[in-house]
Write a protein that binds this ligand. Structure first.
Ligand code: HEC
Length: 115
């Protein structure tokens, strides 16, 4: 059951988000985030879809996550720390965090709307 929901979510995600997801992925790749993160599966860090899901009802998440991406940190997803990413511009961090958080609107969270 859970697998079916995830599969549906992924299908909807791939379909509706293709263009935006590509832009997001390009930014993530450019800034080295993809070394540790993927949109839909855990690598070293959490899957971005899981991040979106975790914070989907948290209105204060965006500024907090922007700060965390810049400064790094650990303890939310496990003991492995994310190193600081001070080289990434504020504008790009903002775009990436917004894009990551937006995954919950278009991906898994929309799955129940599917028949
Ligand atoms: C060297 C590996 C590594 C790199 C590179 C990396 N991350 Fe992470 N990231 C992690 C780990 C590990 C965590 C989990 C940290 C924790 O448990 O608090 C994480 C967590 C996160 C979170 C969730 C934070 C939270 O508090 O829930 C976001 C958002 C994130 N990363 C975005 C990015 C972005 C954007 C980049 C590129 C600029 C990036 N990461 C680069 C390893 C990495």
């Amino acid at each position: 059951m859970k697998i079916a929901v995830v599969a549906l979510g992924c299908a909807a995600f791939t379909f509706t988000l293709a263009a935006n997801a590509q832009a997001l992925e390009d930014l993530l790749k450019k800034n080295g985030c993809t070394a540790c993160h993927a949109i839909d599966k855990k690598v070293v860090g959490p899957a971005y879809m899981d991040v979106a899901e975790k914070y989907k009802n948290d209105k204060a998440a965006a500024p907090r996550l922007m700060d965390k991406v810049k400064k790094g940190g650990s303890g939310v997803w496990g003991q492995v720390p994310m190193p600081p990413n001070p080289q990434v511009s504020d504008a790009e961090v903002k775009t990436m965090v917004a894009g990551i958080l937006d995954l919950s609107n278009k991906g898994a969270a929309k799955a129940p709307a599917k028949k």
